[in-house]
Ligand binder design. Sequence first.
Ligand code: HDE
Length: 704
Amino acid sequence: MTQKSNKRTSRTKARFHDEKHAVGRGGEVHQTAGGDVPVMTTQQGVPVSDDQNSLKIGARGPTAMEDFHFREKLFHFDHERIPERVVHARGFGAHGFFEAYESLSDITQADLFQRAGEKTPAFARFSTVAGNKGSVDLARDVRGFAVKLYTKEGNWDIVGNNIPVFFIQDAVKFPDLIHAAKAEPDRGFPQAQTAHDNFWDFISLTPEAMNMVMWIMSDRTIPRSLRFMEGFGVHTFRLVNAKGKSTYVKFHWKPKWGMQSVVWNEAVKINGADPDFHRRDMWNAIQEGDYPEWELGLQLFDDDFAEKFEFDILDATKIIPEEQVPIRIVGRLVLDRVVDNFFAETEQVAFCTQNIVPGVDFTNDPLLQGRNFSYLDTQLKRLGGPNFTHIPINAPKCPFHHFQQDGHMAMHNPKGRTNYEPNSWGGEEGGPREAPDKGFVSVPVEEAGAKERVRSETFADHYSQARQFYLSQTEVEQAHMKDALVFELSKVETPAIRERVVSHLLNIDKDLAKEVADGLRLDKMPKAADAAMPTRTDLDESPALSIIANGPDSFAGRTVGALVTDGVDAGIVKALRSALKAEGAKLKFVAPHIGGVKASDGSWIEADEKVDGGPSVLFDAVAVLPSEDGVETLLDMPPARDFVADAFAHGKFIAHVEAAAPLFEKAGVEAGSDDGFVALGKAADAKAFVAACRKLRCWEREAG
Ligand code: HDE
């Protein structure tokens, strides 16, 4: 028995003890065939001789408790997870910089805005709100848009969203909102979806949410790429100049690549085909040098404007239309570096709305005031102690000195005997001193009033801006909103909740309410919800609120998926490739086999995707380029038929060769039936196709 076991032991060792696992002392580097590799050690730096087998009493005997390497390794593994964020758990971050276009010293003393051309390091994290960490990217959801600016006078976090308004007016309602939106507590589902009873029950009892409801039912909640969405600081903040003069401000991030969203049916399919669609898109864009970029815009206004504006500037359920207060572009945010380690950076980054710098200040928006408590508090839970600013991603990049000390995982500890002030130790030994001339000073706003739990009457209009948003959309977008409402409410099992939502829609737009009621087949129209204030019908439409009406008029940053087979016309591929390159767009090949296809001139084209793994939902436009023989192969492949049928259904521009005709026919698509089709015969046609793609989608197809 003993002999047998020993044999087995030595065999196992022989298998794993190759050169790479050669034993050596900690910190040493070993020469192997594969080059220099560091010696594996425990966390204490003790060299590890065998990482394949735990220490046993006899080869088939029990494991010895004294195996400190085993225990340390398992102990560490058991504690790898930190609590995911309660909201915004699924996110993706990247590094970059903010560059100021001009000095804003007349408006703010914030250091990053003082000198034109000055670059400030930045880290941005984009997220969905409702889903858990492992949920899908294309959930219908608000996107978080959080930016940490490592300025020379401290870290400034603009923790915003891709929608400029919010569901609620007072932070005390946030836990209810999020409980209602996330999985229902008894069954633990649905995941990353608002299409369920609890969410719509809460919403239908919360009229202040109606403006936000219009926004979340719009295409804003299904962006095509994180690069193609706007960002907003949401609340009104203050900018403060060196003389102490305060100006109100709303922050806007405007995407350089223009806004774009997908359609709902496409989003559903993307989630199956590539649940990481957004993070992959951003990762690839940065790696390929197509850096995501946004311009920072400021809406600046004073007390006079605040007085005469129709709504309260402290109410986060309202926007200030760009047409009323124009946006001043003052700089740009460029993301040019992916993280080295997802956990260390994206997971551990701790945004706090309270992180502001001299030159920026808060207002009394009750949502913002509540957030200033919640974010710091949440970091304690997530990161495990008060020293989370010692983690490199959270540490300021400017010098910092204070007497805060000790606590879990303290990394920066004061030297010397002084850890308090005032102290009488002079010079360096005395430690840091406050700086009345340049330290942060709050705007000395006078506050007075009775201490009571109230909601200001100036917050009472819940429907007027919802109506304004809806009416500011194009017809296509309005149809999407109606469909989204019908979809979501059709997943609601309780008829009374569906009706209650429709009763609010009646206060927003009667036609919308009727269409949704018809879409749900309500047998009778409910009466309009009681409104604290009647809906205003005198607000001008705000054309800036539409995505489609403000398209980029460029196909840059987008991708064409070309369905190819053996014998694909090499001349057409070349023309397409160069036309797309000139536009700043990409061409990807989808083929029957991942190995690729042989083109008409004998050259080999590597495939990016096999047809089952590369459905057209992953691309912005498609080119259907089989050869006459090749199309026969595609006819028998359901994913090839879906490729064409979905591209058509989702309003995509479709370039095609004559040989593709049988595939269109089999997919039930009439090639050439609208302006979204471009036949590729000669090289110039490729340019015409790319020019057509600048509209991004052929919306006429949907309207017709
Ligand atoms: Fe948040 N929110 N939030 N939120 N929020 C969090 O903080 C909270 C709100 C936003 O990428 C949490 O670090 C309250 C509005 C983003 O790490 C938590 C209220 C806006 C992120 C929290 C709000 C946001 C968060 C969870 C009601 C847009 C992700 C983890 C007053 C302006 C940041 C964390 C990242 C995250 C609380 C409302 C944006 C629990 C109490 C409005 C982008 O502290």
